[in-house]
Design a protein around this ligand. Structure first.
Ligand code: GTP
Ligand code: MG
Length: 195
């Protein structure tokens, strides 16, 4: 897709109502610091429109980016960030879950995991939540520039087994540095059914 305009249209905090959008939504979930906002910037061809940080816990709201008045990319708050209280963690979990349940135009959920690490218990829980809500997530293995090419297959297998993926589940290695995987992700965004 040729990016003509990007607009952070809605920011949802804990007390906000999920917007009743008409355009298709594509959501990006994953642990804090895994690279959700960086991926969204890469998809939008913007350097830093979505705020990123080397400190985990940067995105604490649900952010809806309107692309060309055609689709929304939805940046979800990162989970698994150790430095927040239990009640804060529960709030984020509640926000993500209520979004998955309430959105009528969510077409696809992407679950991001760091290509270097075996998925954790919270990644697995997120995968199961997504499936439980009726979606088949596409897995994005982020920060692919951080491993050697020779390690790629081994890491992908580790993630596949760690999350308990099914054979048909799609997994895409991605790097915000080299933009590896960007085109493939866009193909999934453009190929999805319209609402
Ligand atoms: P939260 O908003 O805290 O949930 O984090 P996030 O998932 O949005 O992560 P963010 O995009 O802010 O990236 C976290 C850090 O990882 C930043 O320092 C990024 O520059 C870095 N990063 C993200 N993607 C990549 C990548 O593909 N390669 C490399 N080398 N670094 C990356
Ligand atoms: Mg973020």
């Amino acid at each position: 897709m040729i990016i003509k305009s990007v607009n952070l249209e809605t920011v949802c905090g804990i007390t906000s109502k999920i917007p009743d959008n008409q355009l298709s939504e594509f959501a990006f979930a994953g642990k804090s610091n895994v690279g959700k906002s960086s991926l969204i910037n890469a998809l939008m061809n913007r350097k830093s429109y979505a705020r990123t940080s080397s400190q985990p816990g940067k995105t604490q709201t649900i952010n809806f980016y309107n692309i060309n008045d055609e689709v929304y990319l939805v940046d979800l708050p990162g989970y698994g960030y150790a430095k927040v209280s239990q009640s804060e963690k529960e709030k984020w979990g509640w926000m993500i879950e209520s979004y998955l349940k309430k959105s009528k135009v969510l077409r696809q959920v992407f679950l991001l995991v760091d290509i270097r690490h075996e998925p954790g218990a919270n990644d697995k829980q997120m995968y199961e939540w997504i499936v439980h809500n009726g979606y088949r997530p596409i897995i994005i293995a982020t920060k692919a520039d951080k491993i050697k090419r020779s390690q790629l297959q081994k890491q992908l297998k580790l993630i596949r087994e760690g999350l308990g993926l099914e054979k048909s589940d799609v997994m895409i290695p991605f790097s915000a540095e080299t933009k590896q995987g960007r085109e493939e992700i866009w193909e999934y965004l453009e190929g999805a059914d319209q609402p």
